[in-house]
Design a protein around this ligand. Sequence first.
Ligand SMILES: [Zn+2]
Length: 174
Amino acid sequence: MIEDVKLTQHFSFYEATQSRQFPGLVETNRRVGIQKLPRLVLGACLLEDLRAVLGVPLEVHSWLRFSELNGAVGGSTISQHLFGEAIDFSPLGPDNYESIERAFAICRNHLYAKELMFGQMIVEHGKERNSRKHWIHLSLGHPFRPIQKCRQVLRYENGVYTFLEQMDLRPWIL
Ligand SMILES: [Zn+2]
């Protein structure tokens, strides 16, 4: 059995590898996922930053998913969740359209203003999972994604992804 370990002050390896929907797959997820520890730490650092700016603890819905777990939740076959590079979370508290949109706006402003690197940030509505209907998907950017596909902001609603913007990439291009 893999022991739990802290990634950062507020996030742990167990939290990054849990699944409330498929508890029977969690142990394998942890055994396979321990190799992704460095990526999980990087994601946890981003989360710490957003947690501070939002001013509330974050509830992690889904983070690392080995292939079987990813398939079980209906994740994309090229999902960054497979590599521990993407996190679905929401601020602790109500689960509704307004609350997640408010959090999304705050995260978006922060990532922009602080020139933080990330892959995609998607505000997602209405695909109920882990008894939550609204959350933010955030993935690691360069060097885990091609630079030209980084700092993308999208919305998922009524089964459709809408591209909102790509933030400035100049700080990362020589
Ligand atoms: Zn996700």
